[in-house]
Design a protein around this ligand. Sequence first.
Ligand SMILES: NC(=O)c1ccc[n+]([C@@H]2O[C@H](COP(=O)([O-])OP(=O)(O)OC[C@H]3O[C@@H](n4cnc5c(N)ncnc54)[C@H](OP(=O)(O)O)[C@@H]3O)[C@@H](O)[C@H]2O)c1
Length: 283
Amino acid sequence: MANTTPDISLNDGNTIPQLGFGVFQIEPKDTAEAVGRALKIGYRHIDTAEMYGNEAEVGQAVRASGLSRGEVFVTSKLNNGFHRPDDARRAFDSTLAALRMDYLDLFLIHWPLPTRYDGDFVSTWKVLEEFQRDGRARSVGVSNFQVPHLERLAAEADVVPAVNQIEAHPYFANEEVRAYGRAHNILTEAWSPIAQGKVLHDPTLIDIAGQLGRTVAQVVLRWHVQRGDIVFPKSTTPSRIEENFRIFDFELDDVTMDRIGSLDRGEAGRQGPNPDTFDYVPA
Ligand SMILES: NC(=O)c1ccc[n+]([C@@H]2O[C@H](COP(=O)([O-])OP(=O)(O)OC[C@H]3O[C@@H](n4cnc5c(N)ncnc54)[C@H](OP(=O)(O)O)[C@@H]3O)[C@@H](O)[C@H]2O)c1
């Protein structure tokens, strides 16, 4: 079986590589090297955000790679302080300027912040619809949206988000939000796919990895892609960047998928903030 990353279809007709490279918590000074290495190995999808402070270095690495702009799928996200429509417009201009790109493949609202901005994330979403209409965002989506937030967009907006990027891993399967996405043609992107390393010492996962002759990280990433989700593990370790890319030349059978599924701890397994209450706005 060849190790080839599949492209999957979004609800707007565009496609996205199912495996990408995440750059959260990569220092700006280390970003160009890590992204350059990932592109050399074969990754063609980079997930950044204004909040990560490394958009400029992502753009630099894409340009230095020798690949054309059209060969690399680039996502960024609207930071939490910029939800008001005019701020969102300015922030999107700054993101494109930092990346030195004239369009993004995907632009997301990073967090819904339901307790901020009088609970209004709909007018923010309508500005992302604008970016898609003017061609500067090929696809638009959301991140950390819970079911009621998605229901509200469905009732009050025109465009259905192409993706919802949410925390998901074996300890927090996030099934209710994923099920809403499946039913409404919104693809799930699973952030912290290996729970920032916290699932790597799990005895069940170690047992499965041993039987298959794979690493735990590879088994977990494979579980995500067989669930149909998009993943972009982060690493600055060269051997791990390579290891995480090799997940399309083996398969997990149904029994193994179920064994991993049974590790779900529900809400107790969540590692990051709860989107219903998260209200962080950078100073
Ligand atoms: N939308 C959101 O709110 C949100 C939130 C969080 C993350 N994200 C996105 O999701 C991406 C991935 O999530 P994440 O960075 O939080 O966590 P992650 O990818 O689950 O885990 C990254 C951590 O695991 C280690 N690691 C990576 N591959 C490994 C391997 N094969 N073996 C052992 N350890 C390994 C890395 O260490 P080294 O780097 O030292 O190798 C790093 O400490 C982010 O980069 C970002 O793009 C989005």
